[in-house]
Design a protein around this ligand. Structure first.
Ligand code: GLN
Length: 547
């Protein structure tokens, strides 16, 4: 066996940044020459987050292999720059689903199926599967979702407790992230919540090796000593995760604390010295922008930034590539009309319409796109944003006044966006009619698909490649029956599936930069390698804003 395990639990409350902490530690270990992977175990009963409302759960992150996963996997990919897969995220629902299917199949031979050992064994199997294959990682970081003390998280904690005794101390390390609040009235940092949450963890049989304290300020040595004493950890195993302005600073702060060093020593990892030049450079560029550009994001979930996590990050990366700070102006699409568009978008360098589901706000998105097209404002439309751009073009340029999407007005003759799943099984890529029934999970085109780029277009200029692979998550597609008429009126199909049967990118010729893509480029953007479409969008937005 080669892979060593780091289990990350969270205490006191949620939103302490467990995902970012796990990703940052992973990035640091990677710069020490170790191969790292990260897995998220989510205690909720949904089989995957694909059916969950972004208002509640934030963005659904899609992997190359088409898994709909927790948004923390986006952080993992952005910090480690290695593609995640189905293996990197599981839920209680998926674990139970598997065990129940086996029970129905008769695999338990008449035995009583129980949480311990059957559910915990399945959890352990999923965790240990990371160490399989020809190239197992040196380190697997396992982030357990939720907070210690939650009923639904218990089987996961029990499974990692068992793993520690089965694999041995040298192979597992427990890190517990807690909150050390600052009480303004008392002028003090408080350690009691940390003590309580470690007690809770101990009652389950897990002794943390390292305590990571989320805190507004640096924790003084005497307080670290106190936490170490109460929580039975080494004095030099209490670290602070301080608030930062820029999330990409976290690995540097952890390094300054000696966090990765301690992890490497405790796990006896064959680690070299950390190489942080690229991270330092990244943070340096972020903190010294040479200008600003304002991008309007016209969407439905504008009140909840978590719903557009990867999009937000992709814009920041594109800003880094262009040495500017990207200021986001979230515009609720329900408020946009032809009459107020000029006012709403005044001072914006570019307009972006992201993905989404459902009709609410669509007419406002179309109004925003009409404004971008006519006023020559750089535009990027993603998934639903691209579909709205096609509808806008069909209505106002071609004159198909009833043009719409099958999603919003089923059965209308000029539906330029069309439901394809009736005849295309995306899971098997089998082009035969299939019955979807009422199943809502996994009925979309999901994951990476190849796209051929038309030379001489904005897309070709951005990618500098003939073929790309991009990730999808949608049910509806461009309706090929309208390709000729829209093409004759000037819509350019700059990206298609290699067999030409699906339109993946559209753009306009007599415009400084107007691109819509059926896929989600934001999933593949990295802080050190901005996505080409976002990079060129921001570049043109800067030109437009400074014109
Ligand atoms: N609702 C559209 C579809 O299902 C777009 C989805 C999206 O933007 N992700 O095709």
């Amino acid at each position: 066996m080669k892979t060593k395990y780091i289990f990350v639990t969270g205490g006191v409350l949620s939103s302490l940044g467990k995902g970012l902490a796990a990703a940052s530690l992973g990035a640091l270990l990677q710069t020490r020459g170790l191969a790292v992977t990260i897995q998220k175990l989510d205690p909720y009963i949904n089989v995957d987050p694909g059916t969950m409302n972004p208002f509640q759960h934030g963005e659904v992150f899609v992997t190359d292999d088409g898994a709909e996963t927790d948004l923390d996997l986006g952080h993992y990919e952005r910090y480690l720059n290695v593609p995640m897969s189905r293996k990197n995220n599981t839920t209680s629902g998926a674990i139970y689903n598997h065990v129940i299917a086996k029970e129905r199949h008769g695999d338990y031979l008449g035995g009583t199926v129980q949480v311990i050992p059957h559910i915990t064994d399945e959890i352990k199997r999923v965790v240990l599967s990371l160490a399989e294959g020809d190239n197992p990682p040196d380190v697997a970081i396992i982030e357990i979702g939720g907070t210690v003390g939650d009923i639904e998280g218990l089987p996961f904690l029990e499974a990692i407790r068992q793993l520690r005794s089965e694999l041995g101390r040298d192979w597992c390390l427990n890190i517990h992230l807690t909150l050390v609040p600052y009480l303004r009235s008392a002028g003090e940092l408080k350690t009691k919540p940390t003590q309580h949450s470690v007690k809770e963890l101990l009652s389950i049989g897990i002794q943390p090796d390292i305590i990571l304290c989320r805190c507004e300020q640096n924790i003084p040595q005497d307080l670290r000593k106190k936490i170490a004493l109460f929580c039975n950890v080494d004095e030099d195993a209490v670290f602070t995760s301080v608030n930062v302005n820029n999330i990409y600073e976290v690995p540097l702060r952890f390094y300054e604390e000696g966090f990765d060093q301690k992890v490497a020593i405790m796990l006896r990892l064959p680690a070299r010295n950390a190489h942080l030049e690229t991270w330092r450079h990244l943070v340096d560029v972020c903190s010294h922008p040479q200008g600003n550009v304002t991008i309007a994001i016209v969407g439905k979930y504008v009140d909840l930034k978590e719903a557009y996590k990867s999009l937000h990050e992709a814009l920041i990366h594109a800003g880094i590539a262009n040495h500017v700070q990207v200021d986001l102006r979230y515009v609720n699409s329900e408020n946009v009309t032809a009459a107020n568009a000029a006012e709403i978008f005044a001072g914006c360098g570019g307009i972006l319409v992201p993905g989404g589901f459902g009709y609410r706000g669509v007419e406002g998105k179309i109004a925003a796109i009409k404004y971008a097209r006519e006023e020559k404002v750089p535009f990027l439309g993603i998934c639903l944003g691209m579909q709205c751009a096609v509808i806008e073009f069909a209505r106002h340029v071609v004159g198909l006044v009833e043009a719409n999407s099958e999603e919003f007005s089923p059965g209308v003759k000029d539906n330029v966006i069309y439901l394809m799943t009736e005849w295309y099984d995306f899971r098997t890529k089998n082009m035969e009619k299939r019955d979807l029934g009422s199943d809502k999970g996994g009925t979309m085109r999901l994951g990476a698909y190849p796209c051929q780029i038309l030379p001489g277009t904005f897309a070709a200029k951005a990618y500098q490649k003939d073929f790309v692979e991009e990730r999808h998550r949608h049910r509806y597609e461009f309706n090929m029956a309208f390709k000729d008429v829209l093409g004759e009126h000037g819509l350019i199909f700059s990206g298609t599936s290699p067999d030409g049967s699906l339109v993946e990118i559209i753009e306009l010729a007599d415009h400084p930069w107007f691109v819509g893509c059926q896929f989600h480029p934001e999933f593949k953007s990295r802080p050190m390698a901005a996505h080409p479409l976002f990079r060129d969008f921001i570049q043109n937005a800067i030109l437009h804003q400074n014109r």
